[in-house]
Design a protein around this ligand. Sequence first.
Ligand code: DLL
Length: 435
Amino acid sequence: MTFWNQTKECMSRDEMTFLQGKRLHKLVEYVYHNSGFYRNKLQAAGVLPDDIREIGDIVKLPFTTKQDLRDNYPFGMFSAPMSEMVRIHASSGTTGKPTIVGYTRRDIEMWSEMIARCLTAMGADRNDIFTVAYGYGLFTGGLGMHYGVENLGATVIPMSTGNTEKHIRLIHDCQTTGIACTPSYALYLAETMKKEGIDRSEIHLRIGAFGGEPWTENMRKEIERNLGLDAYNIYGLSEIMGPGVSCECEAKDGSHIWEDHIYPEIIDPETTKRLPNDGTRGELVFTTLTKEGMPLIRYRTHDICSLIDKPCSCGRTAVRMTRILGRSDDMLIIRGINVFPSQVESVILSLKEFEPQYRLVIDRVANLDTMEVQVEVRPEYYSDEMGRMLAIQKKLEEKLKSVISIKAKIRLMEPGSLERSVGKSNRVQDNRKLQ
Ligand code: DLL
């Protein structure tokens, strides 16, 4: 078994608990003195840095939510001065405003170390050649994985998204051994390869780091069979860092959370009461113990899973999380991109041609997620004239694309044709089967 840093990855529970307590105290002291947001929050909760002495004291601290990030847009959550920030990433928020995350140089180093730990846990080393097909840009997937692969000492080919044919050519011609992308894209790639007549015996892939969206054991089997590699789960979220918060090891039995840096808790999403790490299902909450740029305390991810604290056969002692079973909010993940129905709604409401009546139908066609927006046209704009309707359709399609970065299929509906809800509105129909 190879480790990136055996001392850190295999420390005893006592050592880990002690380290986490020390780091939590330091973190609370740091944000109390460097973040107006946290000073106010801690004062409102009646907690002072000296009240936090051990990791168990974390329950005294208030939660941080996506709403806090939104309210403090763009830089109000930063704890380090702008002169210390070397990178900014952003992800979609529920409204037009993205969620901004800032990193200091040390944060980036810590992040790429965590990804190097992940890749090593998957069995990768400096002899590997990885194509990274997560989006490069504001999304944390591309650049995050890129720096991690480089830190490992392996070779990175920065593919970004799209360019499937060129990607396949490079996998084939450069004899690449690793790939990092969303699991649905991996399936799409395999299918395209088959269409192009490339047999899996002609390629050298052996490791896949797949994440950014939920996937299943069945998808794992299909990817492994079609691409001839070992498929591993990698999980993360931009607010906390990006990919690499946790990953599977060779045991493929839950994802190790690097809890010397990121402390996990499971809570009941309704009562916010802390739940035990014994497989009880609940909402995942993270505290960044060592981040400088934008540390977060008890950040509610809305991801539903459970934590397993039993020892793993790989020897790593870090707690494991199960696959994400769902979300406690309405966020949808479409081709790895986070979409909130409220974003679509605000686009529809901003255009005079539409009624505020719509439905989103999500599907998976040929292993790629699709989204159809069914929306009612106002009577004064609805007509039999094809040209006029096409123009309206295009207008919505373009505006949506600019807001959610996804090309949705628009289906214009006659006024009054969509079913009205009597109780809780059900505007989303997600036909993707997770099993
Ligand atoms: O998706 C970061 C990432 C990139 C992780 C590449 C792994 C690989 P966000 O765009 O902020 O960040 O989306 C975070 O995506 O809260 C989960 O709901 C979901 N998610 C991410 N990875 C997984 C996974 C990136 N492996 C949100 N399994 C998270 C299930 C995942 N869901």
